[in-house]
Design a protein around this ligand. Structure first.
Ligand code: CA
Length: 361
């Protein structure tokens, strides 16, 4: 019998059931034989490539690294609660941990969007650097504090694609009247450009596009978009993902459930998030390039670059949207200032390093 299986069996009797509104914590949390069962709710379809499997990996890592002292059971979108109720479920303790992205909660916490991605903003490497070393993480924790939720970066999509369209986008006017699934700040930008943004969970995209309920959609990038079969519902696949240049995925943890953990388990949870944060972006990089090849060469997808004047207009509108959000409330302004300061500095460095290198290699 594997040690883990043994621990699972041996621990059965020691587990406290997850009563309503209370974290599922055994009473002996300080001892070495602590047995804890956590539920992880996610915004992704169960086992969805990278996003769902990355959440699974986070759960497995926490269980393995804790030698079975924390057992995490993962629920896909809609299994325990609907996709967009993940934050509330973790906040009230229905689940102890969740996996999603901060912009999904913009109706509740508008400034949380900065912790997902900013249109025309930092890429994944820069975002993660801001969070870990530029003060971003502290601001993120502060933002979720009133909700009894602790955030952690737990994945990054890297630069996304602009999305799937059934008509050509040749100038800004082509965005007028366009009903498009696009979340977060990018959605606000599309609205300024005359379109109608809608937010739908990933699992609803294919049918919505196929039936014409929406005219266009973005999702993530070649690997994830291929998995949903979006090429069967739209003609054109545009780049670049100006609206999501490096979206941070998050793990959110119920504060009460986290605080009662002994120090070693706290460290395990935090470091498991760091491992997954790195792994998911690496997996996207590895799989996107082969998936793009499949989309182009096997499925004959028409891959197109958005024209410069469209990108320039979207950039101008993005600046307005983001600065207006910052002006609205003090918390948003504080995050925006920190984000901008880091962005400016890191851009100056990347102008003479990453960017030049991309152009000359
Ligand atoms: Ca997206």
């Amino acid at each position: 019998m594997k040690r883990r299986d043994f621990i699972k069996q041996a621990s059965v009797g020691a587990v406290v059931s997850s009563a309503a509104a209370a974290p599922a914590i055994a009473t002996t949390t300080k001892s070495a034989d602590t047995k804890i069962k956590w539920k992880m709710v996610t915004t992704w379809p169960k086992n969805f490539p990278v996003l769902g499997t990355g959440a699974n990996q986070l759960a497995e890592l926490i269980t393995e690294m804790s030698d079975g002292r924390i057992e995490v059971k993962v629920y896909g979108a809609g299994e325990l609660i609907p996709a967009f109720e993940v934050f509330d479920a973790v906040s009230r303790g229905t689940a102890q941990i969740g996996h999603g992205s901060a912009y999904y909660w913009k109706g509740k916490i508008e400034e949380a969007q900065f912790f997902s991605t900013v249109p025309f903003g930092m890429n994944s490497q820069e975002m993660t650097s801001w969070l870990y070393y530029g003060g971003g993480m502290e601001l993120w924790k502060e933002t979720y504090e009133p909700f009894g939720v602790i955030p952690a970066a737990a994945g990054n999509t890297t630069v996304q694609m602009a999305g799937w369209f059934n008509k050509e986008i040749n100038n800004v006017n082509d965005l007028k009247g366009l009903k498009m699934r696009i979340p977060g700040l990018g959605g606000e930008v599309l609205k300024r450009a005359g379109g109608t943004p809608v937010n739908l969970p990933g699992g609803e995209l294919f049918t919505s596009l196929k039936t014409g309920a929406i005219d266009a959609t973005e999702w993530v990038g070649p690997y994830n978009d291929l998995a949903f079969g979006l090429y069967k519902a739209a003609k054109y696949y545009y780049y670049p993902g100006w609206h999501e240049p490096g979206t941070t995925l998050e793990a959110i943890i119920n504060k009460e459930a986290f605080e009662v953990l002994p120090g070693d388990l706290k460290s395990i949870v935090e470091n498991a998030c760091k491992i997954v944060n790195q792994n998911m972006s690496l997996e996207f990089t590895a799989k996107n390039n082969t998936a793009l090849d499949t989309l182009v060469n096997k499925h004959n997808v028409d891959v197109r670059r958005l024209p410069d004047d469209v990108l320039n207009k979207l950039k101008e509108l993005s600046h307005d949207v983001v600065s207006e959000l910052a002006e609205k409330n003090k918390a948003a302004q504080k995050i925006y200032d920190s984000y901008n300061k880091f962005y400016k500095q890191v851009s100056a460095w990347h102008e003479i390093s990453e960017k030049i290198y991309y152009n000359v290699r």
